[in-house]
Design a protein around this ligand. Structure first.
Ligand code: FAD
Ligand code: NAP
Ligand code: MG
Length: 459
């Protein structure tokens, strides 16, 4: 059956994967349902669509973007490569394994621009509210057209939520921070190291944001970086100028006190304390409630909402794999909606979900997490015709990446890997990462390009 209607919320990598999945079906000459995608920003790409803005956007909506100037991939591109559109196909040459944001954004767009996907996306349109009408067996979704300042509603047989989960800050309170005289911000609002040159920085958190913002600020000239952890330190070999300390107990003026009894003065505090899964447009009974983990509960195969079979979530997991995982999810979702993948009854789904949750609980190390997510993708990919690829080799690359970071957190981005999709061996970047201050696409692809002063930006 294809005479049904699918609504996709968000045109980031997940939403675009969903559009691509339907497009590939259409290209085979098969009928597809009516598909519409709604994106609150004025362009696609989600996180990868950089914005200089913080707080609210042009139309007063909370800013989605959490990326910053000088952001380079923090994992090898060979681990996120689309199986049906390689980096070599896109760039026509071998590039390095850790490209900057603009280069990855270009790659994401390359695949989708080959289709007419843009025609199916309504930009500057935010989902305000959704409910499920039992009698019609449809979702009613209320949208705001931000440009026209007009509200309208649409009805869908399936609703796909691809709104990401790294946008709404988790912002802890520490006694005395209200009196801290310098900048206090969350990583979500961090737009580049420039404003912190020569400053003594305190970062809270011990995951990717703390690690990368710490290293970026070190590279771009902060005076010192202190990273304060709650559960466990990041624990790599830090250069002089970056230290890890246990959790802050409180602040007095510009001085932070730590639970090991030490204290120190700082110029600025950046909370790298993660994000909340936030779906302000969904009512309680449709809302996924989870912390950032590898297997959120209530999602069958990590995709189908277990309380309402017509509601699909994409990309809600914590992410080692990204673009190709979103693809395998989207292909699964497509074939499920097309009726090719039967859904077991709720009890059986509960058992399947619980099995994954129990397995995640047994993971401890980064390597365990990689193996877990690899197994998850292996499970999904067998259901569809998404081009199979050597997931064991990708897992091995992830493990080398973890190792490279431990060996030297400042130059792991100079390492090169080999694509499992087409065998292309990455070419080392022309300039060591620590010396490369220009993250523009022009400079990346052409060493002779004039070094840019300003990062280009979208409005
Ligand atoms: P998003 O990219 O977040 O896109 C969601 C989209 O939904 C956005 O366009 C948003 O505007 C839209 N939206 C939200 N709410 C609504 C609404 N109510 N109505 C309409 N539209 C809405 N991954 C990597 O692979 N490599 C990296 O180096 C990397 N670096 C990262 C750095 C940072 C700082 C962060 C936060 C994440 C990074 N990631 C990285 C992970 C990133 O989450 C994924 O690469 C990817 O962007 C997730 O895609 P998504 O489509 O699920 O979500
Ligand atoms: P995260 O991985 O969810 O980590 C959140 C961190 O905050 C954890 O270390 C957590 O500590 C800590 N935390 C939470 N509440 C705290 C509190 N009250 N006090 C102290 N610490 C607290 O979030 P993230 O690091 O922001 O990463 C999010 C995503 O962004 C990831 O996918 C990452 O890959 C991506 N990213 C990529 C780059 C890049 O270079 N390309 C840069 C930044 C981020 P516990 O361990 O104690 O829970
Ligand atoms: Mg630029």
């Amino acid at each position: 059956m294809t005479n049904f209607k699918v609504g996709i919320i968000g045109a980031g990598p997940s939403g675009l994967a969903m559009l691509r999945a339907f497009e590939s079906e259409q290209k085979k000459g098969n009928p597809i349902p009516e598909v519409k995608c709604y994106e609150k920003q004025e362009d696609w790409g989600g996180m990868w669509n950089y914005t200089w803005r913080t707080g609210v956007g042009k139309y007063g909506e909370p800013i989605h973007g959490s990326m910053y100037k000088y952001l380079w991939s923090n994992g090898p591109k060979e681990c996120l490569e689309f199986a049906d559109y390689t980096f070599t196909e896109h760039f026509g040459q071998a590039i390095s394994s850790y490209p900057p944001r603009e280069v990855l954004f270009d790659y994401i767009q390359g695949r989708i621009k080959k289709s007419n996907a843009r025609d199916f996306i309504q930009f500057n349109t935010v989902a305000r509210w959704a409910d499920y009408l039992e009698d019609k067996q449809q979702f009613r979704v209320v949208f705001d057209n931000l440009v026209e300042n007009e509200t309208f509603e649409e009805y869908f047989d399936y609703l796909v939520v691809g709104t990401g989960h790294f946008s709404t800050p988790n912002m802890p309170y520490f006694e005395g921070i209200d009196e801290f005289p310098g900048t206090v911000m969350h990583a979500h609002d961090f737009r580049g190291a420039d404003q912190f040159i020569n400053q003594k920085l305190l970062l809270v958190g011990s995951s990717y944001s703390a690690e990368d913002i710490g290293v970026q600020c070190y590279k771009h000239g902060s005076k010192s970086i202190t990273i304060s952890y709650r559960s466990a330190p990041i624990g790599v070999k830090w250069p002089d100028g970056i230290v890890e300390k246990p959790l802050i107990t409180h602040f007095e003026g510009n001085k932070a006190f730590f639970s090991d009894g030490t204290s120190e003065e700082f110029d600025a505090v950046i909370m790298c304390t993660g994000y909340q899964h936030k779906f302000p447009f969904l009512p309680d009974e449709l809302r996924l409630k989870t912390k950032n983990c590898l297997y959120p509960g209530n999602l069958y195969k990590g995709v189908v909402y277990n309380e309402n079979e017509r509601l699909i979530y994409l990309g809600m997991q914590d992410q080692y794999y990204t673009f190709n995982m979103f693809d395998t999810q989207a292909w699964f979702a497509r074939d499920y909606m097309l009726g090719r993948i039967p859904l077991p009854n709720k009890e059986e789904r509960d058992v399947d979900i619980q099995k994954w949750i129990d397995n995640e609980a047994k993971t401890a190390s980064g390597e365990d997490h990689v193996d877990f997510q690899t197994d998850y993708i292996k499970d999904l990919i067998q259901f569809t015709d998404y081009p199979p690829f050597d997931l064991d080799k990708v897992a091995t690359m992830f493990k080398s990446w973890l190792h490279d970071k431990e060996v030297n957190i400042l130059n792991y981005r100079d390492q090169v890997y080999t694509s499992v999709m087409d065998g292309t061996q990455a070419a080392p970047h022309h300039t060591p990462w620590m010396d490369e201050m220009d993250d523009s696409l022009e400079r990346y692809l052409n060493e002779e390009a004039p070094v840019s002063e300003e990062v280009s930006e979208t409005v």
